[in-house]
Design a protein around this ligand. Sequence first.
Ligand SMILES: [Zn+2]
Length: 492
Amino acid sequence: MTIKSNLVVYNTLTRKKEKFEALNPPFVGFYVCGPTVYSDVHLGNCRTFISFDLIYRYLLHLGYKVRYVRNITDAGHLEGDRDEGDDKFSKKARLEQLEPMEIVQSYTLGFHHVMRAFNTLPPNIEPTATGHICEQIEMAKEIIKNGYAYEVNGTVYFDVDKYTKTHHYGELTNRKLEDLLENTRELSGQDEKRGRLDFALWIKAKPEHLMKWLSPWGWGFPGWHLECSAMSTKYLGETFDIHGGGMDLQATHHTNEIAQSQASHHTAPAKYWLHTNMLTVNGVRMSKSAGNGFLPQELFTGNHSLLEKGYDPMVVRFFMMQTHYRSTLDFSNEALQAAERGFARLMNALKTLYKLKNGTHSSINVEKLIASFYTAMDDDFNSPILIANLFEAVRIINLIHDGKETINQTDLEKLQTTMKTFVNEVLGLFDQKENNNDGKALETAMSLIIEQRLEAKNRKDFATSDKIRDTLSSGGIIIKDTKEGTTWQLES
Ligand SMILES: [Zn+2]
């Protein structure tokens, strides 16, 4: 079965836009490198997962049957990308005096919570590294058998030198071997590995190491790169359609994933490689060390020195969608506030659209408008252009509302359905206030309480009216008496 679409995607591997042709339509195998769950997910990671959520949603909208796999790294991720330093989980576990799996559980729950707040769809499979140790050992064995890896003292290294004799190791980032070597430190007498670019598939565990498994090479744990190769092969096959991740993963993690697949089963893992760009704050790259990084929760509450106020997760999602996933995204108070106004305008226009009365004929070209939504998304998921075209629709909706343009019934229904589809289903944006039933229930309860308090005041029962005010206040609800009546708000 073929899917009719004009979708074009930018493939990092070929450095150009290519027509998207699924290997086995209507099925699409889609793998995204997930979070390392030893600390709170930061906003840069959120951007990556929100971008791939948009891509996933659009593929679904086009009619593809997507198997979306996003892993959880809960073992083997060392502090240095090149097998140096301590295991991130063990280190954190020692610091906090917890079991490593307690850390994993706590941050996995936190990650899911944030992903739900941003209204991302869950992947179909969310495999963990610790749940796939056997598959990783088998893959390492296969790579050794094929002559592309060697063992030294309980650690297994991938032999990059041997690999480069038959393959282009730096093909994903289009870098020559000499350049890669130039950026790698010389080996010292202490090093076990033979080549400067060699990386560990399996690492021997020191006696004090907390997370370790028995392998043919003794007690140890898998290298970080191996898990994605083992899990993507298991769930999507030796070659699948799309592999995604943040652009910081290209040079090492993804380059090594390709090498591992080629060395174990002689095929490239993915047809299309998609990478998301990074976040900056006021023009400076967001990072923990620069002190300009904030967590999603801080962005929602506004509890951060760089933020003037908090923002609804939907506003943040809208804000992110206003920039193409391959461009850098700059956070600033002004940009967030502009996004908040834009988001409100879009949501209001959607409401207006459902109140419009149709005429007998259309003075506007609805087909052309709808086609422009598809053209934008078909061009490598260009959400900023889609949003610009949606705002053209907003302008038209307001003109119809003001009686300056007319629309017939068929066109009105078509516009309603398509706008709703692109805003709610493709962009994944909802008016939280409208959908939040808690908000409605609270509103109802509060108007009743305010009425009761007013009645108490009218009969000069100030003890009761004060008690209502104080009880609400202790629960975080502040009420104010104004000339126009009593208003209430949640304590911020
Ligand atoms: Zn990965």
